[in-house]
Design a binder for this molecule. Sequence first.
Ligand SMILES: CC(C)(CO)C(=O)C(=O)O
Length: 351
Amino acid sequence: MTSAQTTHIIGLGSIGSFVAHSLRSLPNPPSVTLLVHRSNLYEELASKGWKLGLRLGENGDLQEEGEFDAEMLGESSDSHPIYNLIVAVKASATVSALEPIRHRLGSHSTICLFQNGLGQVEDLNKRMFPDISTRPTYIFGIMRHGVYLRSSTEVVLASSNGCAAVGIVRNEEFSSRPSQPQFLLDVLLKSPVLRCEKMEWPHLLREQLLKLAANCVLNPLTALLDVRNGDIKDNRDLWPLHCRLLKEISMVYGKLPELQNLPRDLAHFSVELLENVLLDTINKTARNSSSMREDIRKGRETEIEYINGWIVRRGRELGIDCVANESITQLVLAKSHQDGRDKNFQIWKAK
Ligand SMILES: CC(C)(CO)C(=O)C(=O)O
């Protein structure tokens, strides 16, 4: 049984588990239901008494929070409506992850996406909620905390100076929807560990676009060269490529219809500004191994279609040829499919 005060969380990687823990550690915690895809994770949570642990710093004490509810997706025949949903799966897995609970979502729901990249809302609307009247309200979240999983039920928060931002996505059909996004916003904003601020949509969109520009350079290059973020700055041979990628991105941003009516300080994205954001991101995350490099190393699908791929698609709509972003997208796709192809080739050769 769920109520309008229950928060569901799907995607129990580092971000999803961190948010789940933050909500349950509030003084009057909301009820939180974890939506689990893997039976081994479900069994592990059960064996730990439905608790998740958070360590503040690598060697900090383990703080456990419990009384989570959990549902094993695919096996649960639950048809109760879901009012508040936090999505922390990879951008490329959003639609498939939400498929088993699609019948429980609708205009009564608020969906908060804590993900890299852009284009997920358009995907959800097209593939899951084509009827405008049944669409949920979306909140987009930007996570600036360094978190990683030490085990499937233990998260490490690398430092206490990270922060997060959330804002309600305003699009053409956003009007008076029956969902109550305030509940989810309030619980997210209350958590002292999350350090989450609320931003009005044009400001959050600007932050997302700036973050996306840095991701468009850092993520594919670290993945293709198999290096840490800091190495991208030190390798001078890459500089002309950074510049070409950012020039295309600046041109696309300059023509985005959703920015046309905004004041200049919100809609202006010069190449110099994007370069500064890129350098600042590299300096702050120099020792990080980017999420795309990790995806490639672990043989997982990357988010390239929602990072450089988004720039290429929007560029195409606006008549801007994004040759550098398109080439780098193809290279990352080729690299991530390489192992599979090698295996197929071996099988083919063996026949
Ligand atoms: C900023 C950066 C590149 C940090 O590693 C990131 O967002 C990612 O890895 O996806």
